[in-house]
Design a protein around this ligand. Structure first.
Ligand code: ADP
Length: 461
């Protein structure tokens, strides 16, 4: 595959991740194009691109960013060489990647074939199984109906979890602790899957009690080279959604970490993975690990990996899409032994949600904003400034505060200092809640599992 440098990159996304990608483009000397919906007319991100175009005028606020024909048409008219999909929206949509491929525009991510495979959790598990990577005991085919779900649940033993094969973002999952719960849960997950994912396949898995969620960052180039960039601990979740993430996952035994790296690389190599991707695992109390899925895109929490490895993952994605090998100096990963991990990083997702009101999203004008900063503190925001209007149409992420320091204790103190400097007036934020997490002795001791937040009421005070 020949190298082909891009001139112009369009970002098919909004908010902080659009700005994040524009920054990587500028650092490479590339011209940038934003798209924005009616509702985003006054959003900051669109002013951060060299060109910006309104899209999906007759579409819903979300629909505008999902309008494949309109985005491809615009990209062609504006002579765009490549499209970065960010996360969410079209980032894992195989039809979109295919439409780019057919239009002769580079999709900055893996091929449509890999997106198709990894977009289905059952297919992804089958791939892991084929590589001898452990998966959680469960059905290998979609369940026919609630009766089959119940029969399987009884054979595995409770608790179990029902999952939509096409699910994502913590949606399309239900835990069941007893036989009575299974059939109603099956119907619920099915209707959610039909509405939200356009894929009605449901499968069952044994529910692991109190695991950690550990994920491995992968980079693959177009020449079959694959490396890992270490792991992240994403066990701090509220209702299956990540809140605070850190790297490295220092409290996981070294032997398990090495096994995670090996298995993540195995899965990525098996599918011929190209671009940045994440292989997600659950790790039980005894250090056993199980593959759960692979996310074929840049993730919200990629910042912590960047802080401890010094590698700009979005820039790497762009260079890889241009056909550059992993050994290219700006990536610097000619082989796995080139990985240098340094220190500890924590990302806190500051959202405009009110912890005192069951995390209801708050909206309105930010009347006053002052940001945190200092050595080892990085902010990635989309709308964090005085005068910004927080609309109800999109997710409530205000700013990602990522801190780096040489020890875990030091980075905890720094993260606390950085979020205490985040001064936001006019809309409620989850800062008090995140502060409680960072101060909690269980967090400091590295002992949090995925149910820690839901089972710790004092975090909500
Ligand atoms: P999504 O694609 O929506 O992010 P994942 O499959 O990555 O869903 O799972 C998200 C979270 O759900 C995990 O981090 C974990 O907390 C929980 N989870 C998923 N499967 C299981 C399981 N079998 N047992 C226990 N928890 C699970």
């Amino acid at each position: 595959m020949a190298e082909h440098s891009f001139g112009k990159v369009l970002v098919a996304n909004r908010g902080e991740i659009a700005i994040r990608v524009f920054r990587a483009c500028y650092d490479l000397g590339l011209h940038t194009v934003a798209i924005y919906s009616n509702e985003d007319t006054y959003s900051l991100f669109r002013t951060r691109a060299d060109e910006a175009y309104l899209i999906g005028e007759n579409k819903s606020p979300l629909g505008a960013y999902l309008d494949i024909p309109a985005i491809i048409d615009l990209a062609k008219r504006r002579n765009v060489d490549a499209i970065h999909p960010g996360y969410g929206f079209l980032s894992e949509n195989a039809d979109f990647a295919r439409a780019c491929e057919e239009a002769g525009i580079a999709f900055i991510g893996p091929s449509s074939k890999i997106l198709g495979q990894m977009g289905d959790k059952l297919t992804a598990k089958a791939i892991a199984h084929a590589c001898n990577v452990p998966t959680i005991p469960g059905s290998t085919q979609p369940l026919k109906d609630g009766d089959e779900a119940l029969e399987k649940a009884i054979s595995y033993g409770f608790p179990i979890i029902l999952k939509a094969a096409g699910g994502g973002g913590g949606r399309g999952m239900r835990r069941c602790d007893s036989p009575e719960e299974v059939k109603p849960a099956f119907e619920l997950v099915k209707s959610e899957a039909k509405k939200a994912f356009g894929n009605e396949d449901i499968f069952i898995e044994k529910y692991l009690v109190e695991p950690k969620h550990i994920e491995v960052q992968i980079l693959g180039d177009q020449y079959g080279n694959v490396v890992h960039l270490g792991e992240r601990d994403c066990s701090l979740q509220r209702r299956y959604q990540k809140v605070v993430e850190f790297a490295p996952a220092w409290s996981v035994p070294e032997k398990t970490r090495q096994a995670l790296y090996e298995d993540a690389v195995k899965v990525a190599k098996h599918v011929g993975y190209v671009s940045a991707g994440t292989v997600e695992f659950l790790v039980d109390k005894d250090g056993n690990h199980y593959f759960i899925e692979m996310n074929p895109r840049i993730q919200v929490e990629h910042t912590v990996t960047e802080m401890v490895t010094g590698i700009d993952l979005v820039r790497a994605q762009i260079l890889i899409a241009e056909g550059k090998p992993l050994s290219t100096p700006e990536i610097g990963m000619a082989s796995q032994s080139d990985l240098k991990m340094n220190g500890y990083a924590i990302q806190c997702r500051v959202t405009t949600e009110d912890p005192a009101n069951n995390f209801a999203p708050d909206t309105g004008k930010i009347t006053s904003y002052r940001s945190g900063g200092g050595f080892g503190v990085r902010l990635d925001g989309g709308n964090a400034y005085t005068g910004a209007v927080i609309s109800p149409y999109y997710d409530s992420l205000l700013v990602k505060v990522t801190s780096w320091d040489s020890t875990f204790e030091a980075v905890c103190r720094k993260a606390l200092r950085a979020i205490s400097e985040e001064h936001v007036r006019g809309v409620k934020t989850n800062i008090p809640f995140v502060t409680n997490i960072l101060n909690h002795p269980t967090f400091r001791a590295g002992k949090c599992h995925t149910k820690f937040i839901d089972e710790t009421p004092e975090l909500f005070e």
